[in-house]
Design a protein around this ligand. Structure first.
Ligand SMILES: [Zn+2]
Length: 166
């Protein structure tokens, strides 16, 4: 890295997160989608680089317009448009008590990537089979690759087949 590049990077890191957000947020009316004009990743989710961290633009939008995101909570799209950062199109998702109960009754599954525990695996399976979350969203929430998420979700289907066989 040249001295100039270092200097530019340093300056970029000094820009407040809010300012970076509004640079790319493409604000429109509160009913329209605000399509992220910055960097997109995965299935088209906006991303912001901030202080050496890669942040999801729609999650940043939530923290700017609402409050900080409680640990383990999900920010989801009502409009089904991953690149949208309109706070009116976002909602906070919870796992719910039912899932917690099921998790306690059925702890752990084998053959799961070592990066997440059995509890998280069960949550992913529950969320995916609820039909409300796509694999892309789950991979972002849990910071796993699409392949890992797909393996977890497919495994669930395999288990179902076995259960049906009895
Ligand atoms: Zn939208």
């Amino acid at each position: 890295m040249t001295q100039l590049e270092r200097k530019l990077q340093w300056r970029y890191n000094m820009i407040p997160l809010k300012e970076k957000f509004w640079r790319y947020a493409n604000k429109k009316s509160k009913d329209e989608c605000w399509i992220w004009s910055g960097h997109l990743r995965g299935k088209g989710y906006g991303h912001i680089n901030h202080k050496h961290k890669n942040l999801s633009a729609h999650r940043v939008s939530w923290t700017i317009h609402n409050e900080s995101i409680p640990e383990g909570k999900l920010i989801l799209h009502k409009c089904d448009n991953p690149a949208c950062v309109n706070p009116n199109h976002l909602y906070i998702g919870t796992y719910g008590d039912n899932n917690m109960d099921r998790e306690n009754r059925n702890p752990g599954t084998s053959g799961v990537p070592s990066t997440i525990g059995p509890e998280a695996t069960q949550k992913i399976i529950d969320l995916y089979s609820s039909g409300k979350y796509r694999q892309t969203e789950l991979s972002m929430i849990y910071n796993l690759s699409r392949a890992q998420i797909s393996r977890i979700c497919t495994k669930k289907q395999g288990q179902r087949t076995i259960e049906r066989g009895y």
